[in-house]
Design a protein around this ligand. Structure first.
Ligand code: PRP
Length: 180
């Protein structure tokens, strides 16, 4: 699969992403202005670029933690089984928690993560996703904040991979196979 040649066409530019993140950060600042210290949880690995840019735009005291959940491995299709590969470092009971996801596709990953974190009794558990692909949804769920709604295209970049490649592209691109 990784050997098949493909090209990446830019879909959302780095500049457009940055502008959207500024707007989202202002909304989050407003929402949490009375919160003591917000726990921002990045879902590895895909969200590492988004969370880095998002927390630097926030004008709030934040704690940053990470959770690694995987449903795809190197495949293009969701396995529907979500595995927790790395848990949070700190307890979240009674805390305000914002889960940061790069993309919501079928929704299985976020659904599973919210169930897990919800069972730890945070004060408030909310979600932000940079991308939302509603056409692919299999679990009824929507992030509280979404950067961009996108069509059912295979996307890479800005943290998102294709077989572990292209995470370092500064924009969101669409994968295209020129030979059909
Ligand atoms: C990808 C992506 C989301 C999830 C979305 O993660 O980063 O976390 O899939 O898909 P879903 O809504 O269908 O569950 P992946 O399992 O590929 O791991 P990665 O973040 O390490 O790339």
């Amino acid at each position: 699969m990784t050997e098949r040649p493909y090209v990446v066409d830019e879909m959302i530019s780095a500049k457009t992403i940055a502008a959207r993140i500024e707007d989202l950060a202002r909304e989050i600042d407003r929402e949490y202005r009375d919160t003591d210290k917000l726990v921002v949880v990045g879902l590895l690995r895909g969200s590492f670029v988004f969370i880095a840019d998002l927390v630097r735009e926030l004008d709030l005291p934040v704690e940053v933690d990470f959770l690694e959940a995987s449903s795809y491995g190197d495949a293009m299709q969701s396995s529907r089984e979500v595995r927790i590969l790395k848990d949070l470092r700190s307890p979240i009971e009674g805390r305000d928690v914002l889960v940061v996801e790069d993309i919501v596709d079928t929704g299985f990953t976020l659904h599973h993560v919210l169930k897990l974190l919800g069972s730890r009794e945070p004060r408030k558990l909310r979600t932000i996703a940079l991308l939302d692909k509603p056409a692919r949804r299999e679990v009824a769920l929507k992030a509280d904040w979404t950067g961009f709604e996108i069509p059912d295209e295979f996307v890479v970049g800005y943290g998102i991979d294709f077989a572990q490649r292209n995470r370092n592209l500064p924009f969101i691109g669409k994968v295209r196979f020129p030979e059909g």
